[in-house]
Design a protein around this ligand. Structure first.
Ligand SMILES: C[S@@+](CC[C@H](N)C(=O)[O-])C[C@H]1O[C@@H](n2cnc3c(N)ncnc32)[C@H](O)[C@@H]1O
Length: 203
């Protein structure tokens, strides 16, 4: 079917696609817990940093950060995902926003953007805009940290990205400072995701 005439619930760039899956409980990407490399990374940091979690889904990591006194914004454009996140977060101090990553207004600059299963949820036509947006949101020294689905899987979501394609999106503004294998992946990502940290270069 022509992309342009597909209904919204079949187009991952549309919130209805994700609302349908959260509504039906079909969320194979959802770890149901905080992944190990993320928890280890946070434990290594000397002080809390203002953090953005775009495409947060159930937002397990937001609850983890808030519980440790980190200021955190968890953002998702699907109201059904936000409702799921609200259940997980409870009364924790998380700024939970139902908004589009590409055009939400920023009030306090972020130092850290946490990536998990967000870039791989975006169709390829949005990748360049994602690269520009993370560079725009982070100041020099700010970091983009998380999990990247590194493979040649054109049909998605999850959409795989090759290391050289990710490099093409980020290298102008970021340097890769951590890159490690992951051993607690969900089955949909197993063997094909890596933990990476990219640091924003001076402007
Ligand atoms: C595969 S899920 C991953 C959820 C979560 N990060 C996790 O690890 O479980 C992708 C999420 O990104 C959200 N999303 C996709 N495009 C978005 C956009 N442009 N702005 C905000 N959220 C978006 C979807 O609604 C969905 O909840």
């Amino acid at each position: 079917m022509n992309e342009a005439i597909k209904p919204p619930e079949q187009r991952p760039e549309h919130p209805d696609f994700w609302c349908k899956r959260f509504g039906q409980g079909v969320t194979p990407w959802d770890a149901g817990r905080v992944p190990a490399a993320f928890a280890d990374f946070i434990a290594r940091q000397p002080a809390p940093e203002n953090t953005l979690i775009p495409g947060c889904g159930s937002a397990w990591e937001a609850a983890h950060l808030a519980g440790r006194g980190w200021p955190v914004t968890a953002l998702d454009f699907s109201p059904t995902a936000i409702a799921a996140a609200r259940e997980i977060i409870g009364d924790d101090a998380v700024d939970l926003l139902c908004a589009d990553f590409f055009d939400f207004p920023v009030t306090t600059p972020y130092r850290l953007i946490y990536e998990r299963a967000f870039l791989c949820a975006l169709p390829r036509k949005l990748w360049a805009a994602w690269g520009r947006r993370v560079a725009e949101l982070l100041p020099p020294g700010g970091r983009l940290a998380g999990y990247f689905f590194l493979c040649d899987q054109a049909k998605g979501p999850p959409f795989g990205i090759l290391p050289e394609q990710l490099d093409a999106l980020l290298a102008e503004h970021f340097e890769l400072i951590e890159d490690a294998a992951v051993d607690d992946s969900c089955p949909v990502f197993a063997g094909r995701e890596r933990w990476q940290v990219w640091r924003r270069r001076p402007a």
